[in-house]
Design a protein around this ligand. Structure first.
Ligand SMILES: [Mg+2]
Length: 391
């Protein structure tokens, strides 16, 4: 069997045009700092990491990371690559444990687990290519004729422009929409009313036969969320996402136990045990691990089993192809998040400029090819002029 020969990491810095930020487009954890007028700037990331794992026969598997790419690159180059080179990629569970345990003192969460995730995703792509099968066929196969997706954008802004965006999305056949709140605790009662006004305005457009998800991106706190939940109930959100910071697991559990609006989260949680804790404590009604952070596809698949046993649906964070493969292969993953293709704005959409082959949604669904080996994406040179690459 062919062995892993090398790991190549590249940081892609976007230097092309970007849509300028507007005020109060999405709350985030920095809002608590009173960095007036500036908190939104920290929400942007225009940098990405690609991680290519190559075997002796020249086959290349592709993984990626969007969290602190330059630091993750250093972690892979200095620490993880030497642990992985020389191994058989089909020993993926062993390789995962080796990376996890050999760096356990510092690597089990954050940067370390993001590096493990990037390599693990690349190894799954590699295995698929080596056996000529799409990754989802190695994970359990097709559980859905096609994957329903939810439209994930609708950042807070002027009411009319949010309504216009929702109307446009409706024309494209989506039946589920996620919007971001623009105001949090420091904006007081006036900000609460601004938040509620936008939820109401979106319901006016999409009606009550479509799903509406609401995102706080950790920009609220427990007190604020407890006050907001009863006010949001009448708008029947499918879930309220990350109302408090990721470490406040008890806060999630308290809000979820109120049973007013289902609470979702997990995109900033790491590892199998980290996610099992959210499940055991009934902290979330919908688990949204991020495959790029949680430990890659190997960890994600184990978490899927734990969540399924607890009957908590899993909807992985981010509209990326590895998440579609996991969603396709698991009955307990009912729907995928989908970032519509747009000009570079927050950074969520940057992968469309680095890779080609990502499936695009049609009428609210997307499809995976039964015959495309691996994850089905390749690195493209189409937009190279707009990147500065650090190798
Ligand atoms: Mg989120």
């Amino acid at each position: 069997m062919t062995k892993i020969k090398s790991i190549r990491t590249r940081v892609w810095n976007w230097t092309g045009p970007t849509v300028p930020p507007t005020g109060n487009f999405c709350t985030n954890a920095s809002d608590a700092l009173w960095m007036k007028g500036d908190a939104m700037a920290s929400f942007r990331f225009h940098q990405w990491l690609t991680c290519e794992v190559e075997t002796e026969d020249g086959t290349i598997g592709i993984g990626n990371a969007a969290l602190a790419p330059s630091v993750v690159k250093k972690a892979i180059d200095d620490w993880y690559a030497p642990l992985v080179v020389g191994e058989d990629p089909f020993d993926y569970a062993y390789i995962w444990e080796k990376m996890y345990r050999r760096t356990h003192a510092w690597g089990r969460k954050g940067i370390g687990m993001t590096a493990i995730s990037a390599i693990d995703i690349a190894i799954w792509d590699l295995m698929g290519k080596l056996v000529g099968k799409p990754v989802f066929k190695l994970l359990g196969g097709r559980t859905k004729e096609k994957i329903p997706v939810y439209y994930s954008k609708l950042y807070a802004g002027p009411v009319e422009s949010m309504q216009a965006e929702a109307e446009e999305a409706m024309k494209n056949g989506y039946t589920a929409y996620k919007s971001r709140f623009g105001y949090g605790p420091k904006d007081g009662m006036q900000g609460m009313r601004e938040n509620l006004k936008r939820v109401e305005a979106l319901r006016e457009v999409i009606g009550y036969d479509n799903d509406l998800m609401l995102e706080c991106y950790m920009g609220w706190n427990l007190d604020y969320a407890k006050r907001m939940l009863p006010k949001l109930a009448k708008y029947e959100p499918r879930w309220l996402e990350e109302p408090v910071i990721a470490d406040d697991v008890e806060g999630y559990a308290e809000l979820n136990a109120m049973n007013i609006v289902p609470i979702s989260g997990g995109e900033h949680e790491f590892s199998i045990i980290g996610c099992a804790d959210l499940i055991r404590k009934k902290a979330v009604s919908v688990l949204q691990y991020d495959t790029n952070r949680v430990g890659g596809i190997t960890a994600a698949q184990k978490i899927n089993a734990i969540a399924e046993a607890a009957q908590i649906p899993v909807i992985p964070h981010a509209g990326q192809v590895h998440n579609y493969h996991l969603t396709m292969a698991n009955t307990n993953c009912p729907i995928s998040e989908y970032f519509p293709v747009f000009d570079v704005e927050v950074g969520n959409e940057l992968f469309y400029y680095i890779f080609e082959g990502d499936p695009e949604a049609v009428n609210g669904f997307l499809q995976l090819d039964d015959d495309k080996p691996g994850l089905g994406i390749e690195i493209t040179d189409k937009h190279l002029a707009h990147f500065e690459i650090v190798e």
